[in-house]
Write a protein that binds this ligand. Structure first.
Ligand SMILES: Nc1ncnc2c1ncn2[C@@H]1O[C@H](COP(=O)(O)OP(=O)(O)OP(=O)(O)O)[C@@H](O)[C@H]1O
Length: 284
């Protein structure tokens, strides 16, 4: 692709994220080449919530690292807001399976750390951190240390820590997979609520959410992207027409949910089978 296509959008109207023919090949410790992502095309609109599912090891996390700027594509282009990604950008927030809380800092200090690092005055950073802690229901926990929190509470701190940075783009890699089923459902609902009012000037962050849980993907997303067995490329994209606001526990009982689940599962199941036959040790 050339630069003419990259600049095809009028100012301010570019999609939040575009991957165009993106491939990523790693050199493994033995010196062999391993292609994790191949010829991947994906566009995420402004304020859109996209969930990505695919067999284990197919290249979902690698796709996120390309968007984050942590890795460069070997071929193709990755654009954020219409501009090629060159390194980590301040408007991109991350939430991973493992949270990144500083164990020696209190909850409040953890949430303030990002804004302080970006040069925000202490009083303002504290005020905004407190606001986000209140939104995640942890106002009474600001003096606690991370080891004094439950898994769900730690995850809430991680969400506050991310949203306080006012991310235009939110990359989430199996953020709730270590939680029990009930906490997970609760966190999904909270995420949808936070996402709804996530930007300081109004509007919503654009989200790419990687998960092994198809129910979670459908309950959360505007579109579910099914990846092929590795190397990852987009196999099929399913729009999710379920009305918002959604509550994950009730939305999954809707007939429309069950129908789309079946459809996506059969698409995904084929890729999982291919991965299994190749000898993967566990599957999505
Ligand atoms: N830095 C690296 N060097 C070499 N190979 C890598 C590197 N990072 C990832 N890979 C390989 O690329 C492939 C895709 O990995 P990736 O983590 O993107 O998959 P995934 O779909 O997120 O997996 P899972 O669902 O199990 O989390 C895997 O085979 C992995 O071993």
């Amino acid at each position: 692709m050339n630069n003419d296509t990259a600049n095809a959008h009028p100012p301010g109207s570019a999609p939040a994220i575009e991957l165009r023919g993106a491939s990523k090949t790693f050199r493994t410790p033995s010196g062999a080449l391993h292609t994790a992502v191949r010829d991947l095309d994906l566009t995420v609109g402004q304020g859109e919530f996209v969930a990505v599912v695919g067999p284990t090891g197919c290249g979902k996390s690698t796709t996120l690292t390309l968007v984050s700027g942590l890795e460069e594509p070997t071929e193709g282009e990755v654009l954020v807001g219409g501009e090629p990604v060159e390194g980590i950008r301040p408007e991109v927030g991350f939430v991973f399976q493992q949270d990144a809380l500083f164990p020696w800092r209190t909850v409040l200090s953890n949430v303030m750390a990002g804004p302080r690092f970006r040069g925000e005055p202490k009083a303002r950073a504290r005020e905004r951190a407190r606001d986000w802690l209140a939104r995640v229901g942890l106002a009474a926990f600001e003096d606690r240390y991370p080891h004094q929190l439950s898994g769900g509470q730690r995850k809430r701190v991680a969400l506050a820590q991310t949203f306080v940075g006012d991310p235009a783009i939110l990359l989430m890699d199996e953020p709730f997979s270590a939680l029990d089923v009930q906490t997970r459902a609760l966190m999904s609902d909270e995420l949808l609520e936070l996402w709804g009012g996530s930007r300081s000037e109004g509007g919503k962050a654009s989200v790419v959410f990687v998960t092994h849980d198809l129910e979670e993907a459908i309950a959360l997303a505007d579109r579910v992207v099914v990846m092929t067995a590795g190397p990852a490329t987009v196999k099929q994209i399913f729009p999710i027409g379920l009305p918002r606001p959604r509550k994950v526990e009730s939305v999954r009982l809707e007939p429309e949910f069950v129908e789309i689940y079946r459809e996506i599962w059969s698409c995904l199941g084929e890729e999982v089978r291919i991965t299994r036959e190749r000898g993967a040790s566990h599957v999505a």
